[in-house]
Design a protein around this ligand. Structure first.
Ligand code: DX5
Ligand code: ZN
Length: 225
């Protein structure tokens, strides 16, 4: 069984106080910190790059779960490895021709490779990456169109999660976008074990309580199955 991982999306944190926000999330029970790396070509937004990961790494030992919404992920592998990223998740839509080399280089820089897919991308596209001799170790199913926090969860994406969980009982399956106390049960019962949540955690009066609700839902679904 893949262990539950609750990953607050730091995109919703106060970027001017990133180190203390990271420390606060870890103290409140976060397993991973989800870092959204966006270039304006892949999504209509621009966020942070390797220099920020490098600065944050000096302040935390937490697992930095980097989600690269960029058109050329291979350009980012070396800088992110050096900066201290833990996970490196790229999008299949921009890696159809070079995912084998990409996975190899991510591992050679000491990071854990993952692949993500946009809502419009069929789940079958990631099967070869999970079944490869040198496989990805996480699949991130986007439950909103990537680009911004605070969007509405797309429940129709749960078919992808169910398909993946059925095929790969031990795989880390992550969901990202619109997750919170009102949507977690459907994602957890579909089989997601890594939960990214931005606005629902950072916008809550008691973020620690939200983290614990998310975790309990995943644990509850896993105990049933
Ligand atoms: C969207 C990002 C998400 C986002 C999630 O492109 O990948 O990680 O920050 O934020 P919420 O939980 O607010 O939808
Ligand atoms: Zn993300």
């Amino acid at each position: 069984m893949a262990a539950p991982k609750i990953a607050p999306s730091m995109l919703s944190s106060d970027f001017a106080n990133l180190a203390s926000e990271a420390e606060r999330m870890v103290r409140l029970g976060a397993d991973w910190l989800h870092m959204d790396i966006m270039c304006r070509h892949f999504v209509p937004n621009l966020t942070i790059g390797a220099p920020v990961i490098q600065s944050l790494r000096k302040h935390t030992k937490a697992y930095l779960d980097c989600h690269l919404m960029v058109t050329n992920p291979s350009d980012y592998v070396e800088p992110f490895g050096k900066a201290g990223a833990s996970g490196f998740t790229f999008h299949i839509e921009v890696a159809r021709d070079n995912w084998q080399e990409l996975i190899q280089s991510i591992k050679s820089k000491g990071m854990r490779p993952g692949v993500s897919l946009r809502p419009g991308t069929p789940v079958e596209e990631v099967f070869p990456l999970v079944e490869a001799k040198n496989p990805v170790e996480l699949v991130l199913v986007m439950t909103v169109e990537p680009g911004f926090g605070g969007q509405k969860f797309m429940p129709e994406m749960m078919d992808k999660v169910r398909t993946l969980r059925k095929k790969y009982p031990c795989l880390d399956i992550e969901v990202d976008g619109g997750l919170g106390p009102s949507t977690i049960d459907v994602a957890a019962s579909a089989g997601a074990n890594c939960i990214v949540a931005g606005s629902s955690i950072f916008g809550a009066a008691d973020p620690g309580e939200v983290i614990s609700v998310l975790r309990k839902s995943v644990e509850g679904s896993q105990n049933k199955s």
